[in-house]
Design a protein around this ligand. Structure first.
Ligand SMILES: C[S@@+](CC[C@H](N)C(=O)[O-])C[C@H]1O[C@@H](n2cnc3c(N)ncnc32)[C@H](O)[C@@H]1O
Length: 453
């Protein structure tokens, strides 16, 4: 699978991460050679896409089998492929999996379009190239031209370039232009598909406009989170860091759209995105507010009579803290530009959010903490801190538990590590049985579930 180099990190971040993955507790458990090899495997698989595309079926609107059939028909019609393999997940009742094939051996066509790294990652997961993601094209690009698409790994390509880009770039496939160069770089930001991918390096269907109310593209561990929160119809649930709303909508669907899911995010345009997603999925029990969740608890004994934040303590039956994090588990990612300072800025913010989460949860309620990163400081160390800081919290078993245990290194006991769920793609291999590979060849992710007494 090593068509791309390992994920490139700033040297100080690389060393920091290496210390995490070669910590004393882990070395004692698995030995130095195995720990070293896991770390190298991690950097390698992070630069490659996961082995499956995961979609969540809107089972509040139709049975999964019906959605599966309609999806197969739709993909065949839209993409004119002969057949698309769509597998129901054996344990997650609303998940459909599409195996990703690749990397294929392809020859670049010569005429080059360069896209931003985020766009390049989306292409590796099945997307076409949308015009805003394009950075450079040939001088006379026009609709119908065959092009090779390259991803600008280090973010060095200037938008609007005409000349061939000589920086660090990787080939992600061939396609056909749908626009003139002038339209792509016009003053009004261009919208729509700029290059339709005809030979992507990794083959996975594009979901653009496919059954928008019935399927939602979501990484498998993110779907697991919704089930672990386990909301019931009629409950009051808080999603503290909600945008773009994938988990919010899942929680509302699991509640059969009965009760209340309050979604907060500190960025206005992202809150609009949560509302758009909820509307597309016909989930009317979602209320979204632009708010800083660290301030979401009011000490006022008689808070103003509004339905929005801040809220009085113990207001919610369940709270999800899907925390802002360093995102180092995201795949594929060929270069993570964050500095050590930035990396170290997340744990204090996560703790502030955690304080608010514990106060807003009613006694007997459930708190789920999750991140899409791989560091100890944002995951197991936060759990150890939370258990020390809030005597009212205990770790609870997770259902379903399809990931691995927590990573040793934060002083948690083996029993506590077993209650955590860490998705570690470096532990997946070709030898992993196909039935389990979709649960391990995922993005890097972490989930902890707490009960409040
Ligand atoms: C990991 S993303 C959430 C993804 C989301 N839960 C989903 O599944 O679609 C973290 C989000 O936290 C938001 N955020 C960061 N700091 C916040 C704060 N203090 N209060 C509320 N939201 C915050 C960010 O804007 C970002 O959208």
């Amino acid at each position: 699978m090593s068509v791309f180099p390992r994920l490139s990190l700033k040297p100080e971040v690389h060393d920091h991460l290496k210390n995490v993955f070669l910590n004393q507790e882990l070395l004692a458990a698995v030995g130095q050679p195995e720990a070293e090899s896991r770390f190298q495997r991690l950097l390698l698989c992070l630069s490659h896409p996961p082995g499956f595309t995961c979609v969540r079926a809107s089972t509040h609107l139709a049975p999964r089998d019906e959605i599966r059939l309609r999806l197969a028909e739709e993909l065949q019609q839209q993409q004119q492929t002969v057949s698309v393999e769509i597998l129901p997940h054996p344990l997650l009742p609303d998940v459909l999996l599409l195996p990703v094939s690749g990397p294929r051996s392809l020859v670049p066509l010569g005429s080059e379009v360069v896209v931003g790294a985020q766009c390049g990652s989306a292409v590796l997961r099945g997307a076409h190239v949308f015009a805003p993601g394009i950075l450079a094209t040939p001088k006379f690009l026009k609709p119908g031209d065959a092009v090779s698409v390259f991803s600008d790994v280090d973010g060095r390509c200037t938008r609007g370039s005409k000349v061939s880009f000589q920086g660090n770039k990787v080939f992600v496939g061939n396609g056909v232009s749908e626009m003139h160069r002038s339209a792509i770089f016009s003053q009004e930001p261009a919208k729509g598909i700029g290059v339709r991918m005809t030979e992507p390096l990794y083959q996975s269907p594009s979901f653009d406009g496919v059954l928008p109310s019935l399927v939602f593209l979501q990484n498998l561990p993110s779907v697991v989170v919704g089930h672990v929160v386990g909301p019931r119809p009629g409950e009051r649930v808080l999603d503290m860091c909600a945008a773009p709303g994938g988990k919010t909508c899942h929680l509302a669907a699991l509640m059969e759209n009965q009760g209340e899911v309050v979604a907060l995010d500190r960025i206005r345009r992202k809150v609009d995105c949560v509302l758009q997603n909820a509307a597309a999925l016909q989930l009317t029990c979602v209320r979204a507010f632009c708010f800083n969740s660290t301030q979401a608890v009011t000490s006022d004994p008689a808070p103003p009579h509004t339905e929005g934040p801040p809220f009085p303590p113990s207001r919610f039956d369940r709270v999800l803290l899907d925390a802002p994090c360093s995102g180092l588990g995201q795949r594929p990612s060929m270069s993570a530009g964050c500095s050590l300072k930035e990396l170290l800025s997340y744990p204090p913010l996560q703790r502030k959010l955690f304080h608010a989460a514990v106060q807003l949860l009613r006694p007997g309620g459930v708190l789920v903490y999750s991140t899409c990163t791989v560091t100890l400081a944002e995951n197991e160390e936060q759990v150890a801190w939370a258990l020390r800081t809030f005597p009212c919290l205990t770790l609870a078993p997770q259902e379903p538990h399809v990931g691995g245990p927590g990573l040793p290194g934060a002083g948690l006991t083996p029993d506590q590590l077993t209650l955590l769920q860490r998705f570690s793609p470096e532990l997946s291999s070709a030898a992993t049985p196909l039935s389990h590979r979709a649960d391990s060849d995922t993005i890097g992710f972490f989930i902890a579930k707490f009960l409040k007494s």
